[in-house]
Design a protein around this ligand. Sequence first.
Ligand code: BGC
Length: 558
Amino acid sequence: MSPTESDLRAPDWFRTVVFYELPVRSFYDSNGDGIGDLAGVTEKLDYLRDLGVGAIWLLPFYVSPWKDDGYDISDHYRVDPRFGTMDDLAALVEGAHARGIRVLGDLVTNHISDQHPWFQEARKDRSSPYRSWFLWSDTGKEFSRARLMFPDYEHSNWTWDDAAGQYYFHRFFAWQPDLNYDTPAVHAEMLNFARFWLARGLDGFRCDAVPYLYKREGTKCQSLPEVHQFFQTLRAMMDAEFPGTALVAEANQSVPETVAYFDQGKEFQMVLHFPAMPNFFLSIGDQNPKRVLDVLRATLPGVPGDCGWAYFLRNHDELSLEQVSDEERALFFREFDSTPGARIHNGIRRRLAPLLKGDDSSIVLLTALILGLPGSPYLYYGDEIGMGDRLDLTDRDGVRTPMQWSSGPNGGFSTAPPEELTRPIVTDAPFAPAARNVADEDRQPGSLLWRVRTLLRIRASHAAVFGSERFEGIELGDSPVLGFWRPSAEYRLLGLYNFAPEPATVTVPLPPTVWASPVELLRTGSSSTVVGHDYMARLDRRGFSWTLFLTRRARPVP
Ligand code: BGC
């Protein structure tokens, strides 16, 4: 039976589903022109449903010159024709909803493409109503405390424009002029941008580059109170006009600045957890998972009850190392990235599998970790099959290569000649289609895809405990094992994760509130016994276990 609109838009729906980020351009090419398209995503919806995905986040699909892969929009109200038509989008949304999958778009509000007619009008004519939609300067010296986002590509946030006879401000690339949020018409337009796509059935947005909308002299021009007001207005509009839709923030900032985007439940339902993400990897690097507990203890209490963190391992950008100390950054480079050319902007442009040296156990360990924490896990397309990357492509394109559906030509992505593909296929042997692809992994029990799918199934069938907001870290001294409890009304889930490259044993004292007769939901290479009121587990290298205990209150009458 297909889910109804009210199932899909039930309050807090996002707490129990797994999200899947995908670039339409690289997912599946339905018409053989070498470019992935919306109809291609629709064709693969059964794959996503079978994987256990409850929501997809589509990277920008609006008209764009693709100088920043769609984050440079030149028409906010049309599907890029290379991706298909409005009808294709409608069919995708309908097909997704019929399978219980929600669809998020990407709301890019900070900047537009310099090719956009708004900017073209503004630069040519000082009296144009669009002139005030952008920030201009005669000196290019204002807002000097605003951080440069891509310091390896741009040396200033101001670029001179001959036609305008002035400098214009851009937080990102020079071909992405920032909008001026002190102009009320910009607000109205961006709210309409959101409305337009929500009216076409989208279930919400990942909001791009959230902190930077407002600029004020003497500040770092990020996370200013006006930014929060804007997103509260957006959320209020969505709650009123499109109830049950959701927003997730991309705000790559320090802990207090990031937590502020929940704003007592008035702003974003989810915030991508940039401060936690590097710590997941670092725990493998130095086998000290305490760092994960520390960041969770610092960030979970600030989350309002009806909101949650959005955990991710990788995404379409570089793996950002902005939120770690210099020593941690050095550790990261030492452990995960010795490849020349892998560093970019403030991080590393590699996918999950190459970072973890193709070790499926490590991939499963970290995936199980983000699935086990209170909040919403976000998977990046292709990581479930261990796809690799291409460092020979420019900027971050190397982590956006075509999805590997089979070991056939073009990895089954497209029937076009290889030289016509929107991006070339991965060729690095351990990660290329011959070794990593959906069709083969689907047929092999024990493959990475099979293991990831099992994790999602278990999580979905215990939604009450995984969807609970409660979390209690367990002190395990210097152990390389991370342990936590996820209490819910009837159960307590025990999560144990061994970050070491060798087996480890732990003893966890059971709280008096549970019956000492556990049910193992899943364990990889682990064994356990209960002695008195102690739970003793032996975990294989990079092994983990999810174990369910019934609470005493909930014990059935014998
Ligand atoms: C997106 C990037 C993009 C940038 C500028 C980011 O936060 O994730 O891919 O280059 O915004 O739009």
